[in-house]
Design a protein around this ligand. Structure first.
Ligand code: IPE
Ligand code: IPE
Ligand code: MG
Length: 245
């Protein structure tokens, strides 16, 4: 297993922004004869390890896909178990992350979350807003198509009332109306759990991201697995449609 030779932010293979589709919690639990929902607390342990490793490696922005718009279609009991887990752990985790200099940001449709959970997210963002070591952006109740749709709706509203000229709308204007307006696009997207699809994650922002798919189930994901994904990223030749130097 390859481990990063040098773990500082200047290492050329450490991308600025890593985004992760954290998949495989249910299968991890079922393969141990446990109920599906018990995979989620184990997944939270992998989140802690990944944040620690990101701090160590000098990653600047880490986006974690925690709950998609489509995940609302799961059985009520599973959704409730996930929300209960968030409710019980958010405040304590926020305090810990704050001590480590992490700025927390939540992206997604907050109106679908229970009121107290949405308030916890607001509070976590406020509390950590001046931290600068690492941005942890958590996608909760998030869908890429819904995000783009809402940006289009807002832009159309501005055009209708003369705040903006329709002809002036360009890629930068669209980007500025997404949840992620203050972070660069992901350099690297990792998906655990064996599936090779995007599942409505950051559709606009991943236009030129590199993708690494791994069969490791999310609760098993470790610092070394992240290091391997970064090594793989370091071997990629990003051409952006042009020719290599
Ligand atoms: C990812 O694990 C976590 C969420 C989507 C909430 P899954 O719950 O999708 O686990 P699998 O893919 O069924 O194993
Ligand atoms: C994607 O995983 C969403 C998250 C990891 C939060 P899913 O398990 O929901 O994706 P599909 O259903 O396999 O596409
Ligand atoms: Mg899944």
């Amino acid at each position: 297993m390859t481990v990063l030779a040098q773990a500082d932010g200047d290492a050329p293979y450490v991308p600025e922004h890593v985004a992760i589709i954290m998949d495989g919690n249910g299968r991890w639990a079922l393969s141990r004869g446990l109920p599906r929902a018990s995979g989620h607390p184990e997944g939270a342990e992998a989140v802690r390890r990944t944040i620690e490793a990101s701090l160590e490696f000098g990653i600047r922005h880490l986006t974690l896909y925690g709950f998609s718009m489509e995940n609302w279609n799961r059985p009520r009991t599973e959704v409730q178990a996930l929300m209960a887990f968030l409710r019980e752990n958010l405040a304590e985790e926020t305090a810990k992350l704050d001590r480590h200099g992490v700025r927390l940001v939540f992206i997604g449709d907050r109106s679908r979350l229970d009121h107290d959970i949405a308030a916890c997210l607001d509070d976590a963002e406020r509390r950590t807003s001046s931290n600068t070591r690492l941005d942890v952006i958590v996608a909760l109740s998030y869908g890429g198509r819904q995000e783009i749709t809402s940006a289009v709706r807002r832009l159309a509203g501005k055009a209708a009332c003369g705040q903006i000229e329709a002809a002036e709308i360009d890629e930068r204007t669209v980007s500025e109306h997404l949840f992620t307006s203050d972070v660069p696009d992901p350099d690297l997207v990792i998906r655990t759990g064996g599936e090779r699809r995007i599942s409505n994650f950051l559709l606009w922002q991943v236009a030129y991201s590199e993708f690494v798919f791994t069969d490791v189930l999310w609760p098993d994901f470790s610092r070394e697995h992240l290091a391997e994904c970064l090594d793989e990223f370091g071997r990629r030749n990003r051409r952006y449609g042009a020719l290599s130097a």
